[in-house]
Design a protein around this ligand. Structure first.
Ligand code: TTP
Ligand code: MG
Length: 361
């Protein structure tokens, strides 16, 4: 079962302020360069009726919604994380095994709970929907299938507040008329390449020779597309490991290579990264910076420290050092900058060793 919250960021905003519910709501990532520069993160279904979509420039969304009484809001990530956390806690209880895959999406393996019976799975899905609706006032769409890929495609087919069930013997009939872009991993470019091979539906893909697909897309992707088109997916529902890295990225007010201006923004990013790791009581061992240049080329520089650290000054100092060195190596102006910590652990390994050493003495 794949559960995906409907128009999540915008729905969360409606939850915060119910008077928004009958208005077009657009949640935006403002780049800060000028008043309306940036992109749409998501929009409620009322705004989508006007053609507003995720990723669209804000000025375009404003144009489409002129005189529609629309509300434009900046993303409030911390709040969405907390709403998401509550939802995930609720969902987890309905699953034998649980895997969160995004801020508003999770796979639930319910095979044992339903004895593999799809009618029971439907009852369970209705319970989940009702639970989220009554206790958290949130709507979601659910797809049920014999595996993850079919469940995912099923969940996307009917939105908002959808429930789509695809039993094993219906998989072929369900998938074959759908456009290939419905398959996870098929973006605009892949879709175009498939089009040139005469493949426009998943059914066309299923009929294509797997050797030919491998020749065009490489062995791994070719095999994946072949299996996916047949609704074959052996991936288990699996709890994800701890977060592997935490990063923040932002756009400079103007392209520059002025150390102070760059550091001012990077220190702000350091603060955000630091508060995230402090909240989760994490220690970092690797610090990286990313620079997106005027010509949009991306460069990263990293340093791995001797021991896991949780010290803000060390983060800040390492970032400063990496930026200074990087500016020495390039003569281009920077457009966007980012800070990342990785190699994250829950304990300060050095300290632990020291403690056990003292105890043995
Ligand atoms: P989605 O589940 O893809 O979208 P959604 O929940 O807004 O809408 P739907 O009803 O179709 O499920 O993404 C979840 C959240 O992730 C979304 O609310 C905002 C964020 N997001 C972006 O910031 N940018 C994007 O391009 C997309 C697709 C999502
Ligand atoms: Mg969603």
């Amino acid at each position: 079962m794949l559960v995906d919250l409907d128009y999540f960021f915008a729905q969360a905003e409606e939850l915060k302020n119910p008077s928004l519910t009958d208005k077009p709501v657009v949640v935006c990532v403002y780049s800060g360069r000028s008043e309306d520069s940036g992109a749409v993160s998501t929009a409620n279904y009322l705004a989508r009726k006007f053609g507003v979509k995720s990723g669209m420039p804000i000025f375009l969304a404003k144009r489409k919604l002129e005189n529609a009484g629309a509300v434009f809001l900046p993303v409030d990530s911390e709040y969405y994380e907390s709403v998401s956390g509550n939802v995930m806690t609720t969902l987890r209880d309905y699953a034998d095994r649980f895997e969160q895959v995004g801020i508003d999406e999770a796979y639930l393996d319910v095979t044992a709970k339903t004895c593999g019976n799809f009618a029971d799975a439907k009852v369970l899905a209705l319970k989940v929907k009702n639970h989220l609706k009554t206790e958290q006032r949130l709507s979601c769409s659910i797809g049920i299938g014999p595996n993850k890929i079919v469940a995912k495609i099923a969940a996307d087919i009917q939105k908002p507040d959808g429930l789509t069930i695809v039993e094993p013997n219906q998989v072929g009939k369900f998938l074959s008329p759908l456009p290939v872009a419905r398959l996870p991993g098929v973006g605009a470019k892949t879709k175009e390449r498939m089009q040139t091979l005469g493949i426009s539906t998943i059914g066309d893909l299923a009929k294509s020779d797997v050797q030919k697909l491998m020749a065009v897309f490489g062995k791994t992707l070719g095999t994946f597309f072949h299996n996916a088109s047949l609704g074959v997916d052996e991936e288990p529902v699996q709890e994800k490991e701890e977060v592997e890295s935490i990063s923040r990225i932002a756009t400079l007010k103007q392209d520059t290579r002025d150390l102070n201006i760059i550091l001012e923004l990077m220190y702000r990013l350091c603060k955000d990264v630091y508060s995230a790791i402090a909240q989760d009581e994490l220690f970092f061992k690797t610090v990286s910076i990313v620079g997106i240049m005027k010509d949009l080329k991306i460069h990263t520089r990293s340093r791995t420290l001797g021991d896991p650290m949780s010290d803000y000054e060390i983060l800040r100092g390492t970032v400063r050092d990496l930026v200074e060195r990087f500016l020495d190596e390039t003569d281009q102006e920077l457009r966007r900058v980012g800070v990342k910590v990785s190699n994250l652990t829950k304990e300060e390994k050095g300290q632990k060793q020291l403690t056990s050493f003292v105890e043995r003495e």
